[in-house]
Design a protein around this ligand. Structure first.
Ligand SMILES: Cc1ncc(COP(=O)(O)O)c(C=O)c1O
Length: 495
């Protein structure tokens, strides 16, 4: 019964070589594709059969359809002119790590079910910890995303309120519980608020602290908010600071925030999902200043560390509280391994866990610390140069400082903003509309992909650099395209 087994190994090998050839050619030249596919919603679905085939189809035929139907419907995050959101890289060593981990198909829930996966995860995370300059007391675990890492960190913060016995007694139907409050800045990622939703704290369990003119959390306002809440009967329990906010990459004053948390005995979680990696570069080590006093910190290798999605590193110096929040060991998951090795299922929500440590380990080795530093520094340099071009051009303006590799800016043609002083709001409304049109036109070109945000009511374009294949030439071309497209939109606007 050959057809009751896996695909024959010869066919696998033939298709595998073809797939690898395709990947190699894709990686050597991803800009042969438009970065955003020129397709309408529903186009990919319409090109596919409505139900699964009754009979086996050859892998070659499936790969034909991958090239014919799937690839043209892809937004190419690996394109060197992908400047939207945060630039990421599916690097060659990371892709090989994914391939090999899916071949092993281990479930890294217990040490015994995946000894090498468990230990390699710990080793790769400890290498990364050292590169980031975090103290040895921090132990790590790999989650799928920063959203889940933050969820688990906030769950640990809640569990640290041991006298409330939330693990045992829950939160609903209790009139002996104070309102728990978590603090984060108004620029924090939505995953912080989402963690509060999931953990039953609700939106009123989150107090958003104002930011200064560089979009950093105002530490004095944080302290005042905590005091005000405490006297109103709330129970402040956690602060989530951000190192590299999503819109502008602003950096909250973690040392000051850490001191406030220490005085008030609050759990400090640092969301360094994007910017944490930059601390590997000696000149940017200071980004994580104060984080040694945090209880937990998340850094995403799948953002700015060349590791294919998904891979989020959560570190804590209080692993006992994190595992205390999550560990639940039914009989069928008990093992009798000597030495109490780490069972990563105890560190979070999921039981089943992929072997993500392999790709991270392969990336760290294949690039080396020096190679990583060079690539990150190069991204920052390119972004700084772009920021200078924006500053020098009277038709454009920067809308936020550029501490790292993301530039927030807008076109500001004098024709549309000359009466800005007379009526700033009206000029801003016009500029918002203009910049929205500009972004649509740029992205429709297929040459570049940028995203946007809104800063103090102003529609801002974001150019984010984070892919290892992005060169000076791509950034120069993007700037040229932005300027010529802005002129074209202006011409149309005025007719
Ligand atoms: C600062 C920050 N935190 C968290 C996240 C969420 O990341 P993930 O997609 O890994 O959940 C993002 C995503 O861009 C982010 O910018």
């Amino acid at each position: 019964m050959d057809d009751a087994r896996d695909v024959p190994v010869d066919e696998f090998k033939h298709a595998g070589v073809r797939a690898l050839d395709w990947i190699a050619s894709y990686l050597s030249d991803p800009d042969r594709f438009p970065v955003l596919p020129p397709i309408e919603p529903g186009a990919v679905k319409a090109a596919l059969p409505e139900s699964a085939p009754d009979n086996a189809e050859p892998l070659d035929q499936i790969l034909d359809d991958y090239e014919r139907v799937v690839v043209p419907g892809i937004t190419h995050w690996n394109h060197p002119s992908f400047f939207a959101y945060f630039g990421i890289t599916g690097s060659a060593p990371g892709i090989l790590g994914e391939l090999l981990s899916s071949a092993l198909n281990v479930n890294a829930m217990l040490w015994q079910t995946a000894p090498a996966a468990t230990e390699l995860e710990a080793v790769a995370l400890d290498w990364l910890r050292q590169l980031l300059g975090l103290p040895a007391g921090f132990a790590g675990v790999i989650m799928d995303t920063a959203s889940v890492s933050t969820l688990c960190a906030v769950a640990a913060a809640r569990h640290a309120l041991s006298e409330l016995e939330i693990r045992e007694r829950g939160m609903s139907g209790r009139d002996d519980l104070p309102l728990l409050r978590l603090y984060t800045s108004e620029q924090a990622h939505s995953s912080v608020e989402k963690a509060a939703l999931v953990l039953g704290l609700g939106q009123r369990g989150v107090r958003k602290i104002p930011t200064d003119n560089a979009f950093r959390m105002d530490a004095a306002a944080l302290e005042a908010a905590i005091d005000e809440d405490a006297s109103a009967g709330y129970r402040p329990f956690c602060v989530v600071a951000t190192v590299g906010t999503t819109s502008t990459t602003s950096i909250d004053p973690v040392p000051e925030i850490a001191r406030i948390c220490e005085r008030r005995d609050l759990w400090l979680h640092v969301d360094a999902a994007y910017a944490g990696s930059a601390a590997i570069v000696p000149e940017y080590r200071h980004l994580l200043a104060g984080c040694d006093a945090a209880h937990s910190i998340v850094v995403n290798p799948h953002k700015w560390l060349f590791t294919p999605i998904d891979c989020s590193a959560l570190y804590t110096r209080d692993a006992a509280t994190l595992t205390g929040a999550f560990s639940l060991v039914p009989e069928y998951l008990r093992t009798s391994v000597d030495g109490e090795p780490t069972n990563y299922m105890d560190w979070g929500v999921s039981l089943g866990r992929r072997f993500r440590g392999l790709k991270l380990w392969m990336v760290l080795r294949a690039f080396g610390a020096e190679g990583i530093r060079k690539r990150l520094a190069n991204h920052i340099e390119m972004a700084q140069r772009f920021a200078a071009w924006v500053d020098e051009d009277p038709g454009f303006e920067r809308l936020a400082p550029t501490p790292l590799s993301v530039v927030c800016f807008r076109a500001r043609p004098p024709e549309l903003s000359s009466d800005a002083t007379a009526d700033g709001a009206a000029a801003d409304a016009r500029l918002n509309e203009f910049n929205e049109k500009l972004l649509q036109r740029l992205n429709a070109s297929g040459e570049v992909y940028l995203s946007h945000t809104r800063l103090n009511g102003k529609y801002a374009l974001r150019l984010a650099i984070g892919n290892v294949r992005t060169t000076e030439a791509h950034v120069t071309r993007a700037w040229e395209l932005i300027r010529t497209t802005a002129s074209a939109v202006l011409d149309q606007w005025q007719t």
